[in-house]
Write a protein that binds this ligand. Structure first.
Ligand SMILES: [Zn+2]
Length: 247
């Protein structure tokens, strides 16, 4: 193919913009916030399970406390009645009195046991509440961080969109004056490389893939007409000759 050398050089502007657009797309697909957000989200899900566990533990302890407290109240009321009867002197029968005193002794033991259980339940409520509160605070911290990351990601996305729009307009302008046939070849090559379809032949290397051209190739290019379109044998890009080509 033949193309005006000036048009070939302008193709380098299009190529530079296409490379920038590829970098921009790569940046959009690999925003650092996404990686951290993924980790935090997993942590948040794990915490939710532990928060439920702590809440259940506290609820169970509270139910145990309420049950023991009711039993204790009943036992104390009964003990009060027992002591009232024992102290009143109304029980003349010795055996009945012995039996009442025995029950008072027995009930003292039960009240003492219930008080121990109630204290344990209170301790358990306190422990579970402490764990629950700590987990809630940790989740709140994670959610704060997530909100900050989401805001930062939104800013990055907006910036990328804006930058992408600007590059696309510049690209349109850079392509406008170029011959359709040259652009068609460029686009076909760009589709294959996934970025640009042309590169500068600079210091004997292809500016696209970095391959160094051998003497024979350099000689062929140097000897060809200035409007001949050269190609890189390695990546297929259009090799644009400039003063820096080393020919
Ligand atoms: Zn190449």
């Amino acid at each position: 193919m033949l193309a005006d050398p000036a048009a070939q050089r302008r193709l380098l502007d299009v190529a530079a913009l296409d490379v920038k657009l590829v970098h921009l797309r790569h940046r959009a697909a690999n925003l650092p916030e996404n990686e951290e957000l993924k980790g935090l989200q997993a942590e948040r899900v794990a915490l939710a399970g532990r928060i439920t566990e702590a809440a259940t533990r506290r609820g169970d302890a509270q139910a145990e406390f309420d049950r023991v407290d009711r039993d204790l109240e009943a036992a104390r009321a009964r003990q009060e009645r027992n002591r009232g009867r024992a102290d009143s002197g109304e029980i003349a029968d010795q055996r009945a009195l012995q039996s009442l005193l025995a029950e008072i002794g027995h009930l003292d033991g039960r009240i003492s046991d219930l008080e121990d259980i109630e204290l344990e339940a209170m301790q358990e409520i306190e422990d579970a509440t402490g764990v629950h509160d700590e987990l809630l605070a940790r989740r709140a911290g994670i959610e704060d961080r997530m909100r900050a990351l989401l805001a930062s990601r939104d800013r990055s996305k907006a910036e990328i969109t804006e930058q992408g729009g600007r590059l696309m307009s510049e690209r349109e302008l850079a392509r406008e004056p170029l011959p359709a046939e040259l652009l068609a070849l460029y686009d076909k090559i760009a589709g294959r490389t996934g970025s640009s379809g042309a590169a500068e032949l600079r210091a004997r290397r292809c500016g696209g893939c970095g391959m160094e051209l051998d003497q024979a190739e350099l000689h062929t290019i140097a000897a060809s007409r200035p409007d001949a379109v050269a190609r890189c044998e390695e990546c297929g890009r259009i090799l644009v000759r400039t003063g820096e080509s080393g020919l």
